[in-house]
Design a binder for this molecule. Structure first.
Ligand code: UDX
Ligand code: ADP
Length: 497
């Protein structure tokens, strides 16, 4: 890379033929932010590009220590094996941000971008302070030209903000190209998603320097992603596409969840409807599983991002349209909690309820925006005593989340919440079993045993439609499920076994 500093952006020359120069020369990547996006993404890049040195840095020394230990800071199927093979070979985890920035050719910004919880745009607008801080760190530290890539989910126009910060704070003679390269991985399947992505999206400036920077990042992905799957666009399209992809996925879930309510009130089954509808190749079968509501760090945040953008552009009908996706999700969570209270004879006060699953989906320990938290909050407000079990989420995390949601201290919560070490312990002497996360192990539990230890009548509320309801009914359970009319009342069949 060489500099031709007209507007603070570089001219990348010397490797015009292929955009990357000598493949075996040492190309260095720095990733700022060792979270759910930065960690797995860099692990795959390092494993597929052995000659590229990848350093992932984070402000949290604890997080970096965990990445360097046998207990990774996050659970992702397949990740641990990959990390073990390449850690300290060409993948490094460090707190030395300065060094990693200085030696890098390309820098990913993968920091957290939560929804603002204060001031203007409270609860709607994205909080870009971590992105801004990362950009400032780069500008103050870098002494040579860099390609800076926004990887975190950011609002449209964030690349412009990053550019401005870099340009106005840069060291003399240093040039930057800023690209947008949104990540589409889903937690729990991150490794598969990264290894075989539907597409890799790269947005950049429509200039010679911009296209050279795009070429360079494409070259990294071309080590394992077929070229035709690498899509290049202008920066705005790339940033907006990420928001739209997540908004469309969230919208599908809210759509099927509205139908689940119709099914419960009629004789239809939401699973049958979803199957029949999804077989239409124009609609497709994915993301049509009705549930207790979508969670995770992205969907709600990105839909709010889109709403905020529409509001800022004075496109009120657009904002209102997308707001419904969130409202239906909130309603679904509340509706499910209400279904539980109503069917437990109108009161759960003092009743023991077993909550199975606290993560926002299976195969992750992540609880951000998990519907389970909301269901627990509603039940606690009704005076229930909760016994929570999740295969991966820690006790500390559960209390932190519930404290945040209810405003109660851990000590206060401990009067009403216990964390169980398995599903059987949670279910023992409970009135009801509530499935909030679709963990595979919940499908294989010994339900006759569970039934024998529960209070009678025994209830199961399946918020994920994963259990064999006919079998459970034959055991004597009263089964209530999202998207299905409740079966015949079985109370009369139930006597303690
Ligand atoms: C999502 C996007 O899928 C991914 O492309 C993006 O990069 C990040 O956001 P993630 O949040 O990790 O990924 O998980 P995802 O599998 O999309 O599930 C999100 C939520 O929707 C979960 O709570 C899940 O249980 C729920 N869901 C998903 C449903 O309720 N029904 C479905 O049919 C699918
Ligand atoms: P995501 O799901 O988007 O990956 P996470 O919250 O899991 O988000 O990870 C973001 C990480 O970025 C956190 O570990 C946080 O400590 C880190 N981080 C935030 N700001 C900076 C910064 N300026 N420098 C280094 N790391 C940062």
């Amino acid at each position: 890379m060489t500099s031709n500093d007209n507007d603070g952006m570089p001219t990348f020359s010397g490797d015009e033929k292929n955009g990357h120069g000598d493949e075996h020369s040492t190309f260095r990547i720095c990733c700022i932010g060792a979270g759910y996006v930065g960690g797995p993404t860099c692990a795959i890049i390092a494993s597929k590009c052995p000659h590229i040195k990848v350093t992932v840095v984070d402000v949290s020394a604890d997080r970096i220590a965990a990445w360097n230990s046998d207990h990774l800071p996050l659970f992702e199927p397949g990740l641990e094996d990959i990390i073990k093979t390449i850690r300290n070979r060409n993948l490094f985890f460090s707190t030395d941000t300065k060094k990693a920035i200085q030696e890098a050719d390309l820098i990913f910004i993968s920091v957290n971008t939560p929804t603002k919880s204060y001031g203007f745009g409270n609860g709607r607008a994205p909080d870009l302070r971590y992105v801004e801080e990362a950009a400032r760190q780069i500008a103050h530290t870098a002494t040579s030209n860099k390609i800076v890539v926004e990887k975190s989910t950011v609002p449209v126009n964030a690349a412009e903000s990053i550019k401005t910060i870099l340009k106005t704070n840069k060291q003399p003679g240093v040039c930057y190209q800023v690209l947008s390269n949104p990540e589409f991985l889903a937690e729990g399947s991150a490794i598969c998603d990264l290894l075989a992505p539907d597409r890799v999206l790269i947005g950049g400036d429509e200039s010679i320097d911009g296209s050279l920077a795009i070429k360079k990042l494409s070259w990294v992905y071309e080590h394992w992603v077929p070229k035709e799957r690498i899509l290049t666009t202008n920066t705005w399209s790339s940033e907006l596409s990420k928001l739209v992809a997540n908004a469309f996925l969230a919208q599908r879930i809210s759509s099927i969840n509205t139908i689940s309510a119709v099914c419960e009130a009629t004789g239809a089954s939401v699973s049958e409807v979803a199957k029949a509808v999804g077989l239409d190749s124009r609609i497709g079968s994915k993301f049509l599983n009705a549930s207790v509501g979508f969670g995770g760090s992205c969907f709600q945040k990105d839909v709010y991002n889109l709403i905020y953008l529409a509001e800022s552009l004075k496109l009120e009908p657009v904002a209102q349209y997308w707001l419904q996706v969130i409202k239906i999700n909130d309603w679904q969570r509340e509706r499910f909690a209400h279904m539980i209270v109503q069917n437990l004879f109108g009161s759960v006060s003092g009743k023991k309820i077993a909550i199975l699953g606290f993560a926002f989906k299976k195969d992750t320990a992540d609880t951000r925006e998990s519907s389970s938290i909301y269901v627990c909050r509603y039940l606690l407000a009704e005076g229930a005593s909760l016994h929570i079990y999740d295969p991966k989420v820690s006790m500390q995390r559960i209390f932190l989340d519930l404290s945040e949601q209810t405003g109660k201290s851990e000590a206060e919560l401990r009067n009403h919440v216990r964390i169980a070490t398995d599903a059987y312990e949670a279910a023992k002497e409970s009135h009801a079993l509530v499935i909030c996360t679709e963990w595979d192990e919940f499908k294989k539990l010994d339900y006759p045993l569970i039934y024998s230890t529960m209070k009678k009548p025994s209830f199961i509320f399946d918020g994920r439609i994963i259990l064999d309801h006919d079998q459970l009914i034959s055991l004597g359970f009263n089964v209530f499920c999202i998207g299905q009319k409740p079966p015949i009342n079985k109370y009369l069949n139930q006597s303690p076994r």
